[in-house]
Ligand binder design. Structure first.
Ligand SMILES: Nc1nc2c(ncn2[C@@H]2O[C@H](COP(=O)(O)OP(=O)(O)O)[C@@H](O)[C@H]2O)c(=O)[nH]1
Ligand SMILES: [Mg+2]
Length: 303
């Protein structure tokens, strides 16, 4: 599972990953996230400590990919990577090659978290123009999708926005993006207000949304495949008989008995894949509900 962070530089991506890691490492709703790599573990924890004390990570421009493991109790639920996508693709001076690269990144993703700087949007007119490119890129990436994907729109630096008025200004430029995400049949969209500082808020929502929805989609797909295999097995079983076997052998086609066995085997394999996923998927959704309850919605009342 690959989750991609997308957002202009200074939106708060690096800060988020540090805070998210520190909080999820301690655990939430029974789930824990751990970096396999000890150096990464230390780096992210140190960064989170710094953020809590009000100093933020130094900017960097590399594409970084962190490898994490999600566990519940002593069981590993899933491995996932978290990609900090920092290219020039969001700037106005970008070229086709860079655009193609970010589109490929988004197309291949299993979850996307879009970061927008709520404070910047509320207080600087340039913010609106900057999110336009983000909107176009995401719309293009979602257009050709054939599989479902969780997408989170995260308003960062929510702690700096104190009035409903400021929120209205911050969210207005994202109206179009919000609408197209809500309307896209392949997208499971969520919106969240994030504070990553001494008093963190909403931090669990993006990661839990992506993990819970991705796992649920996987469960639904497997349940569907299992139902189909079982039906096909049943149909073949009813048609199987000595006469059919004989005729099939003479005609050189697969007999109903063979079909029955084949679909039975497929069903068995699908059921085996499904069983260990069902419970964690359900529990993740419960943890997500709890995280969302504790978060103030970014959209002002009355909209
Ligand atoms: N007040 C506040 N500032 C934040 C928050 N998150 C990030 N910042 C600020 O935003 C700046 C850029 O953050 P960074 O994580 O480096 O952004 P990135 O370029 O998207 O990785 C930091 O230096 C912080 O000053 C937040 O939740 N609240
Ligand atoms: Mg950064």
């Amino acid at each position: 599972m690959n989750i991609v962070m997308l957002g202009h530089s200074n939106a708060g991506k690096t800060t988020y990953i540090a805070m998210m890691y520190a909080l999820m490492r301690k655990g939430y709703g029974g789930f824990k996230v751990r970096a396999e790599d000890g150096a990464l573990d230390r780096e992210l924890r140190a960064a989170a400590d710094a953020v809590r004390q009000g100093s933020y990570p130094p900017p960097s421009s590399r594409r970084e990919q962190h490898v994490f493991r999600l566990s519940h109790g002593r069981r590993t639920v899933a491995g996932f990577t978290w990609t900090d996508y920092r290219g020039g693709a969001l700037s106005s001076r970008t070229d086709d090659e860079e655009t193609a690269r970010v589109l490929a990144e988004l197309t291949g993703a299993d979850g996307i978290v879009v970061f927008v700087d709520a404070h910047h949007l509320a207080h600087d007119d340039r913010g609106g123009r900057e999110v336009r490119r983000l909107t176009v890129l995401l719309q293009r990436a979602m257009e050709g999708r054939t599989s479902r994907i969780p997408v989170v729109l995260a308003y960062t630096k929510a702690d700096l926005l104190t009035s409903t008025d400021a929120w209205a200004r911050a969210t207005a430029p994202l109206d179009l993006l919000q609408q197209s995400l809500d309307g896209a049949s392949m997208v499971r969209a969520a919106t969240v207000a994030l504070s990553c500082g001494p008093q963190p808020a909403g931090v669990q929502v993006p990661v839990l949304w992506c993990l819970a929805q991705h796992l649920s989609i996987r469960v639904e797909d497997l349940e569907h495949e299992l139902a189909v295999s079982r039906r096909l097995a049943e149909e073949a079983k009813n048609k199987a008989g000595l006469w059919n076997s004989l005729v099939s052998t003479l005609d050189g086609v697969e007999s109903e008995y063979r079909k029955w066995q084949r679909h039975e085997q497929a069903a068995k394999e699908e059921a085996a894949q499904l069983a260990p996923l069902k419970r964690p998927a359900k529990r993740l959704l419960a943890a997500l509900d709890k995280a969302r309850e504790q978060t103030a919605p970014p959209v002002p009342a009355g909209r």
